[in-house]
Design a protein around this ligand. Structure first.
Ligand code: ATP
Ligand code: MG
Length: 399
């Protein structure tokens, strides 16, 4: 049993001591089997949320109505979910209510894919009612039960299937693939936020190329914001290993470039990204276009800032079919660090100084002149000191 599970054993044991059943479930059991890094250790138990709450000192109620409690033990958060089945599915979306059930088997049956429907007890024994192990060995994503039914219950599962192809490097089983092709229209009912979360994971997984190909081929693409008519473009994007990029913003920047999206802000808004993300990605896209035309200059690195410069360079290298090397990163960092200023606030002269020197009234001329001074300082044409700048202004008849 991996360390992550061992650390969580006191949680399972405490529940068991009080007469409840408790098992490790879901992604962590799958990832241990696949020898992948284990993220969150989730637990399923026969204890009701209130009973869980009563047993642990530190708990956070994140959805007791849906049967989920977080307990904190040894500084680690564990999600404990009461055995449940998702009663009625409305509109091909997650159900509004859940029914608690008494058996682990019923709880596992409501889970999406067989590899996600295994449990492990506190002795490390795997409980596998739905051939999860077999499918893990065959590297297959296949639904628990009929894929048609399971996708009709919750259409997001179609995107989750593709997400696991990307994350795990698996393939879709034949009937799961076919059911997705038939049911993509149900994605219409799914909120953009849930689609975005899955799509970002699709882009980030090691198998992003194959997964994006599935997005295009199955027709999922038709139900994603702003991707109407972009099938050929998306197929082109499959060849780029965007998962190799290190941030979500870099991946969106690369994708936007291949998709040839014109109104970038509107596109990103339609995916309901945060304003901050939109701003960062739009800025990246702008500088990527500049980078395609010419090498970085002191000025472009100054204007873009170090973070954006490095993100854009990584995307640029990817598009050119190479990886961003450590040397190149170091070179750009050195260029940035060699700049005399990193923002206009660091200029040795300000609007008030200009008025004093020129005895002119304030006006737009000040901003224009400050911009010229800023450029001259960044380009090392003048030292960033009041005296040097005054001298330059006088000698160039700028004031
Ligand atoms: P990750 O490691 O990326 O978090 P995960 O398998 O833990 O992967 P989660 O989205 O965290 O994925 O979900 C946890 C578990 O809950 C899944 O393994 C699966 O058993 C179940 N599950 C989550 N979403 C659904 C869904 N829409 N339908 C059915 N089961 C689901
Ligand atoms: Mg998880």
């Amino acid at each position: 049993m991996n360390k992550e599970f061992q650390d969580a054993l006191p949680v399972i044991r405490r529940l068991k001591e009080h007469g409840f059943e408790a098992y490790f479930v879901g992604g962590s059991v799958r990832d241990q089997l696949l020898k992948k890094e284990i993220k969150d250790v989730d637990i399923a138990s026969s204890a009701a949320p209130e009973q869980v709450k009563a047993l642990f000192e530190k708990t956070i109620d994140i959805g007791s109505l849906h049967g989920t409690m977080i307990v904190i033990v040894g500084g680690i958060h564990y999600e404990i979910t009461t055995f449940r089945t998702e009663s009625a599915y409305e509109d091909n979306r997650r159900p509004s209510g859940v029914t608690f059930v008494s058996s682990l088997k019923e709880d596992l049956k409501r889970r999406d894919f067989t590899v996600n429907a295994m449990a492990m007890d506190d002795e490390g024994r795997i409980i596998d009612y739905f051939q999860g192990k077999e499918h893990a060995e065959a590297k297959l994503i296949t639904t628990v039960g009929s894929p048609h039914e399971r996708f009709s219950e919750d259409a997001l599962r179609m995107m989750r299937a593709v997400r696991f192809v990307s994350q795990l490097g698996f393939s879709l089983s034949g009937d799961t693939y076919e059911a997705i092709c038939e049911k993509t229209h149900l994605l219409e009912k799914i909120s953009v936020e849930r689609k975005t979360a899955e799509f970002e994971k699709i882009m980030a997984g090691d198998g992003s190329g194959r997964a994006l190909k599935l997005v295009a081929e199955t027709g999922i693409i038709d139900y994603l914001p702003g991707l109407d008519g972009k099938k050929q473009h998306l197929l082109k994007a499959c060849a780029l290993e965007i998962n190799g990029l290190s941030s979500t913003e870099e991946r969106w920047t690369a994708l936007l470039d291949v998709l040839e999206i014109n109104s970038i802000e509107a596109f990103l808004k339609s995916w309901k990204l945060s304003n901050r993300q939109i701003e960062m990605i739009a800025k990246n896209s702008l500088y990527l276009q500049k980078r395609k035309k010419s090498e970085w200059t002191r000025l472009s690195v100054y204007e873009a800032g170090l973070h954006c410069t490095l993100e854009v360079e990584a995307v640029y290298c990817l598009i050119k079919g190479k990886a961003l090397s450590c040397e190149r990163t170091a070179e750009l960092k050195a260029l940035y660090q060699s700049l005399p200023i990193h923002s206009k606030n660091e200029l040795a002269i300000g609007g008030a100084d200009l008025m004093k020197i020129s005895s002119q009234k304030p006006g737009p001329w000040m901003g224009e002149l400050l911009k010229k001074i800023e450029l001259a300082v960044v380009n090392d044409e003048v030292e960033n000191s009041k005296e040097a700048i005054k001298e330059m202004l006088a000698s160039c008849n700028l004031i």
